[in-house]
Design a protein around this ligand. Structure first.
Ligand code: UDP
Length: 329
């Protein structure tokens, strides 16, 4: 029996693979290596290089490894890129997920965990945002993920199949043991960008928008440590294997930080200053969003362990240093 992790060579997926191996699971990774790296996949996992919409390959993989659960990370994740290329996002995140779900159901896989996103809420009116809040994505990225959630909901009603959709808030940090981290080239996510700037990989960074209606004018996000996040997936897997039904749950801490607060934390933890330029708003950005994580805590028994922003930043910086050493070798 094995768990199939799509996108397992990417940032979050590679952490999931380590977390599953730590628990003694057999792991198969399916990744086309478009943004991920083969070296990011732990050696104890089997890597299959290919696309989630390659129906024959997925079917063969499920059968050969007796896959009982799929954790589906593969997809595109950059909000402004989705604004510029909506159909690319509907292909990668929606149409290809449809193929994967279809082949999963057709080959007896009953448990499916899906990487969803807080972007399905758009700009929520109440804080912290509960799962019942109106779903009004403001970017093709958010819509592409919401459409996949809807397919899963309908498939779970029609077939012997259950799913957990975890709506991620801002995933950041790295494996506390630094066995993996975020290696994405040309990354756009705030903590990664700030850590790259602090370690001299970028000459400066920009703050996108300083005139939002927040405490310091910059956007507020709920930054969740990647190790806590992948542990929520493991709990979801156990719950479904034990017969638990489908579930949609937010994954965040319920604590928001502004862009400037994050930059200050990076400066503090790195013990270094770096150039920050104030810039205009970025398309598709939501002003502020913070999770209610009650469902995750009560339905999954999630107990986050790496909540401090400084711990997140410390692990992210540790990984940057390791990456720099690796790239020099
Ligand atoms: N951001 C920024 N400079 C950067 C990267 C991000 O000011 O170099 C801001 C971005 O505009 C947003 C917040 O940081 O307000 C979080 O953005 P990120 O891309 O990390 O995640 P998102 O919330 O878009 O998924």
């Amino acid at each position: 029996m094995a768990v199939l992790v799509t996108g397992g060579a990417g940032y979050i997926g590679s952490h999931m693979v380590w977390a599953l191996l730590d628990q003694g699971e057999e792991v198969v990774v399916l990744d086309r290596l478009s943004t991920g790296f083969d070296w990011a996949v732990a050696e104890a996992a089997t890597l299959v290089v290919g696309d989630v919409a390659d129906r024959n390959l997925v079917k063969e993989t499920i059968r050969k490894h007796e896959v009982d659960a799929i954790i589906h990370f593969a997809g595109s994740v950059i909000v402004p890129e989705s604004v510029a290329d909506p159909l690319g996002y509907y292909l990668n995140n929606t149409a290809k997920s449809r193929d994967l779900i279809d082949v999963a159901i057709g080959n007896g896989v009953k448990n499916f965990i899906f990487s969803s996103t807080a972007a399905v809420y758009g700009s929520p009116e109440t804080f912290p945002v509960m799962e019942e809040a109106p779903l009004r994505p403001e970017s093709p990225y958010g819509t592409s993920k919401l459409m996949t959630e809807m397919m899963l909901r309908d498939c779970a009603a029609a077939h012997d199949f259950r799913y957990t959709a975890l709506r991620y808030f801002n995933v950041s940090g790295a494996d506390p043991k630094l066995r993996t981290g975020q290696s994405t080239k040309g990354a756009t996510h705030l903590i990664k960008v700030a850590c790259e700037t602090a370690t001299g990989k970028r000459p400066y960074m920009e703050v996108f928008g300083t005139d939002y209606a927040t405490r310091d004018g910059t956007c507020v996000r709920d930054y969740v440590h990647v190790w806590d996040l992948v542990n929520a997936h493991y709990l979801a897997l156990q719950r479904m294997r034990d017969g638990g039904g489908s579930l949609v749950a937010n994954c965040g801490y319920g604590q928001g930080y502004s862009v400037l607060e994050v930059i200050e934390a990076v400066r503090r933890v790195a013990g270094t200053d770096f150039e920050v330029r104030m810039s205009g708003r970025r398309p598709g950005d939501t002003v502020a969003i913070v999770a209610s994580n009650e469902r995750c805590r009560y339905d999954l028994g999630w107990q986050p362990k790496h909540q401090g922003l400084e711990e997140i930043v410390g692990h992210a910086l540790g990984w940057e240093a390791k990456l720099a050493r690796r790239n020099r070798q």
